[in-house]
Design a protein around this ligand. Structure first.
Ligand code: DNO
Ligand code: MN
Length: 354
């Protein structure tokens, strides 16, 4: 297990790398050029500048999350070829500085979606919350307005430029059902995987969050079946997964321990976090501690440990605790606690082997 921490970059994150340095066992920073819109080439200069800064703290920069996929690629528009060329160039440029894994997702329009960014929990902290009924009944624009009014910080996929085109995007997706989205993903992968292989990079697709259709948009990376389909598209080593216990696990039908057992070998990157799922399907994010939520975190770690998992691991969204003002889900404190829990579990299982 190679422990990492996601960071949004200088001037774009409340967390400082000096502080991340004090969390035991963190080896690398999961980074991205967050200021670049999807579809643009990541230039060698911009990459080098970011990587040099992170290295100056002694962290590795092996994992990028995410190089976002332009909407035209997901929609399968004729303009996609140029965006795919740009994506390939970004892969090559990232390979040159030694990046090993690129996390990406193929979710139409929105990245992860929540209805409340600061939902109060009983312990006095706040956390991200997904009210299923609300999402099923609200128009996306209404939801976006409501959530944005609660925070200045945008969720990924909720950038103002994209939101301005919301109705246009929804119109375009009327032509794209699940089968079409799979075709568009296959087209993209067939084009980029040979380049990734050559660059020594594994692509690692992140599951959809939540792992089912919302607002009538297709969602395809939702469970074990999706993994089987992905492998059928290409069994190249570059065609990898990001295991995310909280995203895929938000559907109680997904047994995340079984999924880890079966697919961790194809996942060079793992996000480990907990969610508490309610009877009506709504969920909120909890601490990483197993008993606080619905996901069997300790047995996920045990499974990875049994397999001598050497991939990159990071805590995922945390609660907002001790008054921390931070990006929703991405504060320092609760993710640091999450890391120490994962470290503890790992050490304990490691010890049992002796
Ligand atoms: C959710 C988070 C996401 C994820 C992106 C990957 O579980 O990990 O923000 O990073 O969807 O592209
Ligand atoms: Mn995740």
């Amino acid at each position: 297990m190679n422990m990492t921490f996601r960071w949004y970059g200088r001037g774009n994150d409340t967390v400082k790398l000096e502080d991340v340095k004090q969390i035991p066992n963190v080896k690398g920073i999961v980074w991205a050029l967050h200021h670049l819109p999807a579809g643009e080439v990541w230039t060698k200069e911009a990459i080098q500048d970011e990587v040099d800064y992170i290295h100056s703290f002694g962290f590795h920069t092996d994992v990028v999350e995410s190089v976002n996929v332009h909407e035209d690629i997901k929609l399968g528009l004729p303009t996609r070829d140029q965006y795919i060329e740009n994506y390939k160039q970004s892969i090559r440029n990232l390979g040159e500085v030694g990046v090993k894994v690129i996390c990406y997702n193929f979710m139409p329009v929105f990245d992860w979606t929540r209805t409340d960014l600061f939902h109060p929990l009983e312990d006095g902290s706040t956390a991200l919350y997904f009210d299923k009924e609300k999402v099923m009944n609200l128009d996306p624009q209404e939801l976006v307005n409501e959530v944005r009014a609660s925070s200045d910080l945008t969720l990924p996929g909720w950038e103002p430029e994209r939101l301005a085109r919301l109705s246009e995007l929804f119109e375009q997706y009327k032509e794209v059902d699940e089968a079409k989205l799979w075709d568009n993903l296959a087209y993209f992968l067939q084009a980029i995987l040979p380049v990734a292989e050559e660059a020594g990079i594994q692509m690692a697709i992140h599951p959809d969050d939540p792992p089912y259709s919302i607002f009538g948009l297709p969602r395809i990376i939702t469970g074990a079946e999706s993994y089987e389909k992905l492998i059928k598209i290409s069994d190249s080593v570059a065609n990898g997964f990001t295991f995310c216990s909280g995203s895929m696990g938000a559907d109680p039908q997904n047994d995340m321990v079984a999924i880890a057992e079966k697919y961790a070998y194809r996942a060079p990157f793992a996000h480990i976090r907990n969610v508490k799922i309610m009877e009506n399907g709504s969920f909120f994010e909890t601490s990483h501690f197993t008993s606080d939520g619905s996901i069997d975190i300790k047995n996920i770690v045990r499974t990875l440990n049994d397999q001598n998992y050497e991939g990159y691991v990071r805590p995922d969204h945390g609660r907002h605790i001790w008054g921390e003002q931070c990006r929703p889900g991405y504060g320092l404190y609760d993710r640091a606690l999450g890391i120490m829990y994962l470290n503890g579990l790992w050490d304990a299982y490691e010890n049992l082997k002796k």
